[in-house]
Design a protein around this ligand. Structure first.
Ligand code: PBG
Length: 331
């Protein structure tokens, strides 16, 4: 009988930790490559990958290297890819036109990746305006410079259609606009894309840990996203966002960032009957890489420990920049 029933005084839990074989057998949480999702950046107009200095080991891909890296991920057994497009600066504007241009870099990249590995891996696309706007916000602005929720929804509907036209299997609305899942579902269904699913960024917090991502997508953002992303102080609010996303038709839900929000993840995971994803974001990646580069922590163990913890807290899928590396290690 387990503890709580008055185990006899000589009980020795250490017996189940004696060696690797025993520990492996009794492990309660396992990682599998299929549960890992690799976020990838593709930059318009470059012929070589561009390193992201704040994320050592991660690059802004050229179209060519994106295809190669996508094929490598699929080969390693990674479950999915999440694509982010980085348009040329000159093409960004106030309404994020590259995000709805059928020849915008994200749509081009989706088509490239689908033709390369589309049968072997789930291809997902970021559905948000921030990579495409010159002001860097996730939506369009009103006359007073505030993010205009409902005007943004019209742009998201259009983005959903062009991403589905390009072949995306899953769209990932990450802008935290109210009603975004409903509008996207309607737009997809209206265009005949009943089979394209929505991975809703349900509980997405206004986090300092997105810092390195700003460089990754060449963001032009001034200020912050606190009027649309959630306050780190709140948990109950996430349950409200969750109820809304499910009612609006989310097929899968996400908590983001991962490590500072494991309580949110655990609560979401125990409340739903859809798959739950967690996003180990740029800052979580960079902290470990930086500490490891300084010799302060064991990099590989730290990576596996964080992923195991996120999985243990209840994530079915984990978005992580280490997806291919870890899938190989697990394979
Ligand atoms: C918005 C978006 C962001 C991330 C994913 N989608 C940036 C933000 O909300 O500020 C961050 C991912 C990361 O930090 O790794 N399109």
């Amino acid at each position: 009988m387990g503890s709580g029933y008055g185990e006899f005084p000589g009980a020795r839990p250490r017996r189940l930790r004696v060696g690797p074989a025993m520990r492996r057998m009794v492990a309660e949480t396992r990682l599998h490559p299929a549960e890992l999702i690799l976020p990838m950046f593709v930059r318009e107009g470059v012929s070589e990958p561009v390193p992201i200095s704040a994320m050592p080991g991660v690059v802004q891909h050229s179209r060519d290297t994106l295809r190669k890296a996508a094929a490598e991920a699929a080969e390693a057994g990674v479950g999915g890819l999440m694509l982010f497009g980085v348009p040329e600066d000159a093409k960004k504007d106030a309404v994020g036109t590259p995000g709805t241009d059928p020849d915008g870099i994200l749509q081009v990249a989706i088509r490239d990746v689908i033709s390369e590995v589309g049968d072997a891996i789930v291809v997902m696309s970021d559905l948000c305006l921030d990579e495409h706007t010159d002001h860097g916000h996730c939506g369009v602005l009103d006359a007073a410079g505030r993010v205009d929720n409902d005007a943004t929804l019209l742009r998201y509907a259009e983005m959903a259609r062009v991403q589905a036209d390009a072949g995306a299997h899953v769209v990932g609305p990450s802008g935290m606009m109210d009603g975004q899942v409903r509008v996207i579902r309607e737009a997809l269904d209206g265009a005949g894309y009943q089979d394209v699913s929505i991975l809703a960024y349900t509980a997405k917090y206004a986090s300092a840990f997105y810092g390195p991502f700003r460089e990754a997508v060449g963001s032009s953002l001034q200020g912050d996203r606190k009027t649309y992303q959630q306050d780190p102080a709140n948990l109950r609010e996430s349950m409200r966002e969750l109820a809304l996303d499910l009612a609006e038709g989310a097929d899968m839900v996400m908590v983001k960032p991962a490590m500072p929000y494991l309580d949110v993840l655990a609560k979401v995971a125990e409340s739903v009957d859809v798959p739950v994803a967690a996003y180990q974001i740029s800052g979580e990646y960079s902290m470990i890489e930086a500490a490891a580069a300084n010799g302060w922590i064991d990099r590989d163990r730290a990576i596996m420990e964080t992923l195991t913890g996120i999985r243990r807290a209840g994530a079915n899928m984990i978005l992580t920049y280490w997806a291919t590396e870890v899938a190989r290690r697990l394979g």
